[in-house]
Design a protein around this ligand. Structure first.
Ligand SMILES: O=C(O)CCC(=O)C(=O)O
Ligand SMILES: [Fe+2]
Length: 268
């Protein structure tokens, strides 16, 4: 049994009293999945887990993905390493939902803070269900049957523009042609509706004759402070977000300090 402590924000909860280095009972897994769906992002402190623990926990929620563009840990191809320092500043600048360039984007990600800078480097999360709830009835009706295009090429344009970038990412580009997703989706567990676009991967709306103004409105709407929650990392903190209902982005104010995170992404 563990205790769920809601944050002061509109989303997010701390999970207290659960040691993830030990095996977790089926009941606790079921309750965690429920808590994740309801709170949209879960936070844990002081979880000194091994790579094998990380894999064990993630695999209880579904099969694990490998990322087409990020480095991984030897022997653990599903653990993505996000490491930034003076020579390698973070390139993740935009609000996003992970890998929406896939037909079936991930259920969620379990991210652990391994080396946390002394100052800065928080992660922001934003609730796409609260953003939906606030839309006017007119907007809800207008968006209901619209689709948007999500693209790997669009999201990774900076990496592709680097020297040798196209060659390095050739396989990923080939395997990930642009896909279409409804703009309004229903969360499979809670049934809540969400606005499913993100500035990183959503290139345009299908058949939009308003030349981008709908998408511009939606980005301004979903990026408002009132839908956000801010997490300050410590070493061995974990954030587990529901990729079906939140946006997230790191705050890149820690540069040039070192920050190292490890992530497993779970398929839906
Ligand atoms: O480094 C972070 O805080 C989040 C990075 C990110 O976007 C991710 O892990 O999917
Ligand atoms: Fe991400």
């Amino acid at each position: 049994m563990f205790h769920i402590e809601k944050t002061e924000y509109q989303l997010g909860a701390y999970i207290n009293g659960l040691d993830l280095t030990k095996s977790v009972s089926d009941e606790d897994f079921n309750n965690l999945y429920k808590a994740l769906s309801e709170n949209e992002v879960l936070f844990f402190r002081d979880q000194n887990i091994s790579h094998a623990d990380h894999r064990r926990i993630a695999s209880a929620f579904g099969s694990m993905q490998t990322h087409p563009a990020y480095p991984t840990i030897e022997g653990y191809p599903e653990i993505t390493v996000l490491e930034n320092d003076e020579d390698n500043p973070s390139k993740i600048e935009e609000w996003h939902t992970d890998m929406t360039f896939k037909k079936n984007p991930p259920l969620g990600s379990i991210l652990i803070g391994k080396i946390i800078p002394e100052t800065g480097g928080d992660t922001l999360f934003s609730s796409l269900s609260k953003a939906y709830d606030d839309l006017s009835q007119d907007w809800k009706m207008k968006l209901e049957n619209m689709n948007a295009i999500h693209s790997f090429e669009f999201g990774f344009k900076e990496s592709l523009a680097e020297e040798g970038g196209r060659e390095r990412l050739a396989q990923a580009l080939k395997e990930n042609p642009p896909v279409s997703h409804p703009i309004i989706k229903k969360h499979p567990v809670t049934g809540r509706k969400i606005i499913y676009v993100n500035k990183l991967f959503t290139s345009h709306i299908e058949g939009d004759d308003e030349s981008g103004s709908i998408l511009k409105f939606l980005f301004e709407h979903i990026h408002q402070d009132k839908y956000q929650c801010r997490f300050s990392w410590e070493n061995n903190s974990i954030a587990f977000w529901d990729n079906r209902s939140v946006l997230h982005k790191p705050v890149n104010d820690y540069w040039p300090q070192l920050r190292r995170m490890e992530r497993i992404t779970i398929e839906s």
